[in-house]
Design a protein around this ligand. Structure first.
Ligand SMILES: NC(=O)c1ccc[n+]([C@@H]2O[C@H](COP(=O)([O-])OP(=O)(O)OC[C@H]3O[C@@H](n4cnc5c(N)ncnc54)[C@H](OP(=O)(O)O)[C@@H]3O)[C@@H](O)[C@H]2O)c1
Length: 275
């Protein structure tokens, strides 16, 4: 358990972040702290002992609930966290879902559709965020030498890429000023649909050099970068790439304006900030 206490914190305003050490958890934690909320970062150690999560949530007013990436049983994980939150007296939960959760070809999306149902029937005061694929997923490849985007799916299909900074800012706004967000589900994405090729072009403008954009074969990915993954995770990712290869993952960006009162940043602005 990691306590990040800020000056304006009172015990009642502490927000627990489950999975705080990960990519999403860090973005959410940083945004909550900058809004003056106390954060209790929780991770695997808090889940290990029976009753561990309930004890770790004691005294927290709210829970930011995100499941580990590609968890084998996200529905069970979410259900357990909701039960622990209720038992610990937590009243508000923000569930970190995904855009297009009901996509039966992608097990990790479908698990989030089922988990959303648990959240909505939990009896807690809930809000759900549904981010598109994070634009930040591309940063390691864009920081490499030479910068290049090589993906095992179509590079000319539409996506609604989410800015992790918006995920954090929306979580903080909802948890710091919860009025009006009860029972709401918000998508998180950029101001316009974009392709992977658009991301490479934007990165090229920001970096002032050409950024190659290439679709690789899924089999090549599986025997290359994907080879070190456990078989189930590799299979689930291959199913996701196949979905992306046929449909992309289009997501609208109006949810950002609904919560933050401003539009999400365009690709160039995010990449200029992050690269
Ligand atoms: N990546 C995207 O583009 C995207 C888009 C939309 C939604 N999402 C969703 O966002 C969520 C978080 O993704 P992420 O990339 O931020 O995850 P991440 O970086 O992999 O972090 C996951 C967190 O969960 C913890 N964890 C890992 N395995 C665990 C286990 N078996 N039991 C308990 N805790 C465990 C990790 O702790 P340790 O430090 O101990 O490993 C870490 O704090 C996922 O549900 C994902 O589906 C991702």
């Amino acid at each position: 358990m990691i306590n990040t206490t800020s000056t304006a914190t009172t015990e009642g305003s502490v927000v627990a972040v489950l999975g705080a050490s990960g990519k999403t958890g860090q973005a959410v934690t940083a945004a909550l702290v900058s809004r003056g909320l106390g954060v209790r970062g929780l991770g695997r150690a808090d889940l290990a002992a029976p009753g561990g999560l309930r004890a770790a949530l004691s005294g927290c007013a709210a829970l930011y609930l995100l499941a580990p990436n590609m968890h084998p049983d996200e529905v069970g994980y979410t259900g357990g966290a909701l039960e622990a939150a209720s038992a610990a007296g937590v009243t508000k939960v923000v569930y970190h879902s995904v855009a297009t959760p009901f996509a039966p070809s992608m097990p990790h999306h479908l698990a989030k559709a089922h988990s959303e149902d648990l959240v909505r029937r939990s009896g807690l005061d809930w809000t759900i965020l549904q981010p598109g694929a994070y634009l930040q997923n591309f940063l390691p490849a864009l920081r490499a030498e030479p910068p290049a985007l090589t993906v095992p799916y179509a590079v000319d299909l539409p996506f609604g890429f989410a800015d992790l900074a918006d995920v954090g800012a929306m979580a903080a706004e909802i948890l710091a000023a919860p009025d009006g967000h009860s029972g709401a589900t918000y998508e998180v994405a950029g101001p316009a649909l974009a392709t992977v090729r658009d991301v490479a072009s934007a990165a090229g403008r920001v970096l002032g050099r050409e950024v190659e954009c290439r679709r690789t074969d899924a089999g090549e990915w599986a025997s290359g970068p994907g080879a070190t993954l456990p078989a189930r995770e590799r299979d689930w990712l291959l199913r996701m790439f196949d979905h992306y290869d046929h449909y992309g993952l289009p997501v609208g960006g109006r949810g950002v304006r609904a919560v933050l009162g401003r539009d999400p940043l365009p690709l160039d602005d995010i990449l200029r900030r992050d690269l």
